[in-house]
Design a protein around this ligand. Structure first.
Ligand code: PSV
Ligand code: MN
Length: 419
């Protein structure tokens, strides 16, 4: 921020922050970092999704990739921090890669981000994809990963994001070590096909759809697989993919320390992989994760080079609103983590003053960072209150009208259920 010729507004912001015990230099540091902070949205977060019991549809939900890119464009236009969109290959390119998608994305002011193969929906994957005992099915799965790497090249994406639904439902159903070996072999082959500068992210999840075990079940398994695959493979932490009570920030700190953290899928949860919007249940949990990132960046003076991504399904919230709400929450929690008084924390830790140490974290978590966020948004040229501005923009009403007509023309009906 300017030191001379400051606008009245900036002076007011500095005053407000001082009242909150923060110097302008510290606030400027936070603002600078937030100016570089970006988070990727998932294309599937704009489409109708549901639970395994059915889907509840929304008129304004995206029908196709063009709608998803339009929604992503508007998310970015209102927040300034979501310039890329993750795609799921078979959901977004059901007829194969279409170069028109690149033009559509450009027209909406966004780019294609991480490429996610779909290795979970086809009937052939009932007993696994890369860990299936049938070599022909393993070949199909690998082919799809290799095709996805080719799509990465065509859309200039850096990130291949791998989530495997592979797993089993009953003890005795399969050989655990054999499946580990099959997964390792597939990842190695995929890694060999990747270009320089591309990253392979290996996600984990303790259960679902496999209820006895999944082959990629925790951060340790992803770590072992990524190490075996090669130097461009890293671990992807989806915050919803942990058993209750798990200390996620400790996992994050370890992965950072091991240089094996590749990125995040952010969402919140109450019970399992609920895919709720970030901060809906436990914003302090997300703050503690950002605190680990901020601590590392403070120590090294460098931004952590990882992929920040949202992975949510909005079953009852309007899609774009849920995404804007999430992006703003993530930005706010990152801001709070950047406000932790690192010197005070180090002093308290050195003195074994547990209360002071914890209070240092809580002070940052409880800090009202609105003036900082407003300054960042002003500099980015986006509304100071993105969610409010979007809600009064009329976008949703228009999208609902157009998409209702599109569904009708395409003969698409509503939800789905078991029977
Ligand atoms: C699986 O639960 C997951 O978290 C993976 O990241 C998928 O790509 C995503 O959700 C899609 O629903
Ligand atoms: Mn995920």
């Amino acid at each position: 921020m300017q030191t001379s010729g400051e606008s009245n507004r900036e002076k007011r912001m500095a005053r407000k922050l001082k009242l909150r015990g923060m110097s302008s230099a510290a606030a400027n540091h936070v603002i600078d970092r937030l100016m570089r902070f970006r988070i990727e949205v998932p294309s599937w977060g704009y489409a109708d999704t549901g639970t395994r019991f059915g889907k509840f549809t929304q008129d304004a939900a995206a029908v196709d990739i063009a709608d998803k890119l339009a929604d992503a464009g508007v998310t970015h236009a209102f927040t300034g921090i979501c310039p890329t969109v993750a795609v799921h290959v078979l959901w977004d390119f059901p007829h194969g890669f279409d170069p028109a998608v690149l033009r559509l994305a450009k027209a909406q002011g966004v780019r294609i981000g991480s490429i996610n193969p779909n290795l979970f929906q086809d009937q052939c994957y009932k007993y696994g994809s890369v860990t299936n005992r049938d070599p022909n099915i393993r070949k199909l799965a690998l082919r799809h990963i290799l095709d996805s790497i080719e799509i990465m090249r065509r859309v200039h994406s850096r990130v291949l994001s791998l989530w495997f639904a592979d797993g089993v439902n009953y003890p005795g159903q399969a050989d655990i070590r054999q499946r580990k070996a099959l997964a390792t072999a597939a990842l190695k082959t995929a890694h060999e096909a990747m270009g320089r500068g591309q990253v392979m992210l290996v996600e984990y999840k303790p259960f679902e759809p496999g209820t006895y075990f999944t082959d990629f079940f925790d951060w340790g398994s992803s770590y072992v697989f990524a190490k075996a695959a090669g130097p461009q493979a890293k671990v992807l932490v989806d915050t919803g993919h942990h058993l209750p009570g798990c200390n996620i920030e400790q996992i994050v700190a370890w992965l950072i320390d091991e240089k094996m953290l590749g990125g995040f899928h952010f969402n919140d949860r109450k019970y399992a992989d609920d895919d709720l919007t970030v901060g809906a249940i436990d914003p302090y949990q997300a703050f503690r994760i950002f605190n680990e990132i901020a601590a590392y960046e403070h120590e090294t003076g460098k931004d952590l080079d990882i992929a920040y991504m949202i992975d949510q399904s909005h079953n009852v919230k309007p899609k774009v609103q849920a995404m804007i709400q999430t992006a703003c929450t993530v930005q706010q929690l990152m801001a709070k983590a950047l406000c932790v008084d690192r010197k005070a924390l180090a002093r308290a830790q050195a003195a074994e003053d547990t209360i002071a140490a914890e209070e240092t974290l809580r002070a940052a978590f409880n800090l009202d960072v609105t003036p900082i966020l407003e300054a960042v948004r002003k500099a980015m040229g986006v509304p100071e209150s993105p969610l409010e501005a979007f809600r009064s923009s009329g976008y949703e009403r228009q999208a609902a009208r157009k998409r209702r007509a599109k569904r009708k023309a395409l003969g698409l009906s509503g939800g789905s259920t078991y029977a």
